[in-house]
Design a binder for this molecule. Structure first.
Ligand code: NZQ
Ligand code: ZN
Length: 388
């Protein structure tokens, strides 16, 4: 196991109706003037926004609102939010929604305490400080409620890029699984795929002797295989929703990834898909992951066979471990299909003729990425072709 630092200071507030305590937690974490940030309207329709505002009012907090965050959040609204925070003296941002809203809130939080362009933190700088952010999560997916990451798309050139730093970890996150019951099945499945993808990015590692994090990763994956079909069948299954919601946090606050080298190339490959086609991040990952796994399989067949046996219940073929590994990838694809995910370009609506453009935008030039298997242009091109 590698040396590591791990700081995950977010205070989690989990369970039914916990959003009614939002005001108390904003106050506890020093907020006086709050920006409530939300998306395209699901929180208005469900009445959640009204409940949150009531809770802030009861605590005597003043607030302003900024809605309209799109999935794959854009820089344009971040600039608006930064200006608003500076003009109104906002000292706390409360994100009410999914990963897109939370990431937009984090980007505003960085920009509000910075004199330059917030995009610097997505291109040339790491953030050292930001306004405090709290979240009320409405979809189990990105894990942004516990992570120090944010992903924003810049309209010029549709560049989808990430930023990261511990100052971006939310001060508190309120997780009420019942809030996710209004999600359409497709969106639930996209979120579940993203959760599983966050584990895959960490599971495929070159670091040896990491049994504890291997086993934690496998626990999250096994939970997803059990619980996701239950919520697809019955969207109101609170207990299954609860397990998925906590799995989403555990998968991405890095508890399951400490002390081991991680990959993250598949996320980079996917971000080009969602930047170009504006597809859901999870749907793009369902297309990329099986292709990536097939491409890198020979690098460590036994690691793939381990996942196949421990997670997908395959029987180990000791004469031919590669057959076991391939069976595991096949079962993963079958699982994605069973929950309504696309597993190739055609099903996603992506086009072969765009591959060269995406490889160009992926931006490695003649260099290589890092990770489990370092990828060059040729490899990136080959993986996109395997996903056709
Ligand atoms: O905008 P509204 O009206 O709220 O609708 C949203 C949106 O259309 C809807 N939705 C959310 N909760 C709902 C609901 N509809 C009905 N009932 C509810 N309870 O779902 C749609 C998708 O929401 P979004 O926030 O985009 O989903 P998600 O949480 O999957 O976030 C995706 C974004 O997170 C980034 C992705 O790249 C993508 O931009 N990621 C962020 C990460 C991070 N910060 O750590 C890591 C991830 O790997 C990921 O890259
Ligand atoms: Zn993701």
């Amino acid at each position: 196991m590698n040396n590591f630092d791990f700081c995950s200071p977010t205070y989690f507030v989990f369970g039914k109706e916990r959003e009614t305590e939002a005001g108390r937690y904003v106050k506890k974490y020093g907020g006086n003037k709050v920006l409530i940030h939300y998306g395209g309207g699901s929180v208005v329709k469900s009445g959640l926004l009204d409940r949150v505002k009531k809770s802030l009012t009861e605590e005597g907090l003043s607030f302003i609102e900024l809605g309209g965050v799109m999935p794959n959040p854009r820089s344009g609204l971040v600039y608006t939010g930064v200006e608003l925070c500076k003009k109104e003296g906002v000292d706390f941002i409360l994100a009410v929604g999914g990963g897109s809203v939370i990431d937009s809130a984090k980007a505003i939080a960085m920009g509000a305490v910075y004199d330059g362009d917030f995009w610097d933190f997505f291109s040339v700088k790491r953030p050292e400080k930001a306004l405090p952010v709290g979240t009320i999560l409405t979809i189990a997916a990105a894990g942004s409620e516990g992570s120090g990451d944010a992903v924003i798309t810049k309209e010029e050139g549709m560049l989808k890029r990430g930023s990261g730093g511990d100052c971006l970890r939310p001060r508190f996150s309120i997780l009420n699984p019942a809030l996710t019951q209004s999600l359409p099945a497709y969106q639930t499945a996209c979120g579940a795929t993203d959760i599983m993808a966050h584990v895959f990015e960490r599971y495929f590692t070159n670091t040896k002797e990491v049994e504890i994090t291997d086993r934690l990763c496998e626990a999250v994956l096994l939970t997803m295989l059990k619980e996701v079909p239950r919520v697809i069948e019955d969207p109101n299954n609170y207990e299954a929703r609860a397990n998925i919601m906590w799995a989403g946090m555990v998968a991405h606050n890095n508890l399951v990834g400490v002390g081991r080298e991680q990959d993250w190339n598949s996320h980079g490959l996917e971000h080009e898909l969602s930047a170009l086609y504006d597809c859901a991040h999870g749907a793009g990952l369902a297309v990329i992951f099986p292709a990536w796994m097939t491409y890198v399989l020979d690098h460590d067949v036994l690691r793939f066979a381990q996942m196949a046996t421990r997670v997908f219940g395959c029987e180990m073929n000791f004469q031919n471990p590669k057959a076991t590994a391939l069976e595991g990838i096949w079962r993963l694809k079958k699982f994605f299909t069973s929950i309504g995910m696309p597993i190739n370009f055609k099903e996603l609506g992506a086009r072969e003729e765009d591959i060269d453009y995406m490889v160009e935008k992926f931006g490695i030039g003649i260099g290589k990425t890092g990770g489990f298997v370092a990828l060059d242009r040729e490899a990136v091109t080959a993986i996109y072709h395997l996903a056709l």
